[in-house]
Write a protein that binds this ligand. Structure first.
Ligand SMILES: [Zn+2]
Length: 137
């Protein structure tokens, strides 16, 4: 499967599916992410919480770290969805930590698809718009 065969809506639907695997007994806020690599693969992730809170990982970083662990370093888009107990009511934007992690591997034109409904509707933005002054060494 090549990159251009996967639409933003398909990536949005993959994020919605990933959200169902969220482990979020403390906040009840479920998040899913679907990351598209430039090689055309999709890696998904969900948020996984912990009783001591700090070890919690976001869906976006879960997907990105899984992809990197599998040898991927170049990404073209990520779809993100969230909602209280899975109820999607508007966008869930990535947190600052996840934006910084995206900036490690992605250029400012990296597409960020913010899912707005359970039908896979979405808004699009870019990493550059979400994090204009990224930290780089
Ligand atoms: Zn995050």
């Amino acid at each position: 499967m090549t990159e251009n065969k996967i639409t933003s809506r398909e990536l949005a639907l993959a994020a919605i599916e990933a959200m169902k695997k969220s482990y979020s007994p403390y906040s009840n806020f479920t998040v899913g992410a679907a990351l598209l690599t430039k090689s055309g693969k999709v890696y998904t992730g969900a948020n996984i919480e912990n009783a001591s809170y700090t070890p919690t990982i976001c869906a976006e970083r879960n997907a990105i770290f899984t992809a990197v662990h599998n040898g991927e370093r170049e990404f073209s888009a990520i779809a993100i969805v969230g909602g209280l107990k899975g109820d999607i009511k508007g966008i869930t934007a990535p947190c600052g930590v996840c934006r910084q992690v995206m900036s490690e591997f992605c250029s400012p034109d990296f597409k960020v698809i913010l899912v707005t409904s359970s039908e896979g509707e979405y808004e699009e933005t870019t990493l550059g718009e979400l994090l204009p002054y990224t930290f780089k060494l």
